[in-house]
Design a protein around this ligand. Sequence first.
Ligand code: NAD
Length: 477
Amino acid sequence: MKTLQNLIGGKWEDSQDSALNDLVNPATENVIAHYPSGSCDDIDRAVAAAVQAQPGWAELPVAERVEHLLRWADEIAEHAEDLAELECQEMGKPVALGRYFIDGGVQGFRTAVDDALTYPFAETVPGADGSTTTILRHPLGATAVITPWNFPVPMVLGALGPLLASGNTVVVKPSERSPLSTARLFELSTLPPGVVNLVLGDARAGAPLVEHRQIRLVHFTGSVDTGRRIGAATGERLCRSILELGGKDPVVVDAGVDPVATAAAIAFGAFVNTGQICTSMERIYVHQDIAEAFVDALVDAAATYTLGDGHNPETVLGPLVDARQRDIVHRHVIDAVERGAHVRIGGVIPKRAGFFYPATVLTDVDDSMLAMTEETFGPLAPVVVVSSFEEGLDRASSSRFALGATVYTHNPDHAAAAAAIPAGVTWVNQWQGGGSERLYEPAGESGMGATGARAAYDAATRPSTIHTAPTTASALS
Ligand code: NAD
């Protein structure tokens, strides 16, 4: 059975700590690989490699860095199916769905890397008095990327493009729950040694990485609790961090929309990837005028989410990543039922191997329930009936999370009012979209640090200004 290794300075090597853990396929509960826990020594070695490689990488002309990165993108695109297969084995995502998101991730990576060709790394502005002001944007140095398990390959690619194209080098610490596909991604790397380094493990690798004095930026995607710890550790040593954290995204359904079509769209937003998306629809506020037809249609749609092993083409809903995640979903359902909610479909752990949970719809839900206050990260659709669009908007805005939000309405005033929901991204009459133009910063506890489009380059670089006096006014004249 495969024992996963770290990639440090271009060489694959065993962890300095010999303790190994089992990686379990969540659809079968079979052990499929072993991975290290991670250690300070691994991190020290990887950061040293990143620090050593950084000046040479940054000295390359931008176009040459872009060329290197696009070559890697070509390799990844060629092996997208293998990567989707590995994601299915390690975290249960159906292969076709994984392939779709990996193809999108590679496309996003290419677009983000290409942006380097037009990003103003050096800009000179002439002053009216004959002086010049030059603004240079420098790479930060060695940086860290820490990712969760819900989109293993796209999540790493999404963070790496602007960081690397700006001349930084990177140490990546993927989730311990999905190291297989990331390790394969790094086997495909065509970059010079040390430009990207991979250290596997859990918090025993993650914590020393964020605390390392030579890491100049931490790009973290994960839970609010871990994000808080990382914010404290990086704040302590005045290191920049971008924190992309959890959500409890609302969707507001106005009177007047087609209840059946909207329910189908919302079923997708709540259940795709088995609900394991930071912007999954987790709170549904539906106008009373269409509530009954909407709930019936949502239950019908949920019934079509056939669960099973992601290798089976019939499967729409793979397992949750592990028993712990499955049990969180069930705990939210039990808590809601104990407080008066009704399960309209689902809500029972299937008696079979694997960490499966069915697409579940709850009604008679109120804002005291865990299903409405805590991130579920599973296939759960809790529905609240509201008496007006304004009430839906108010309640949608009342969470401590504020990552994304969606509104379905045919009323142009209501569509405009959707902008009032605190969120990094708000979608109107569709869910997801916005591609490479997206520019956002989560609000509330969902994170900090603007990213996307040009903001990703601003985050990956440090500007400095050189002001040169006009020759006549200078002390040398
Ligand atoms: P998590 O916070 O448990 O782990 C994320 C990563 O942090 C893992 O690689 C983990 O090993 C590492 N880690 C854990 N403790 C650490 C520490 N003390 N120091 C450094 N690293 C540490 O999150 P998870 O369960 O893997 O992922 C699910 C969460 O990610 C959900 O809350 C989800 O909403 C969020 N998420 C957010 C986005 C976004 O863009 N905002 C995208 C995807 C997932």
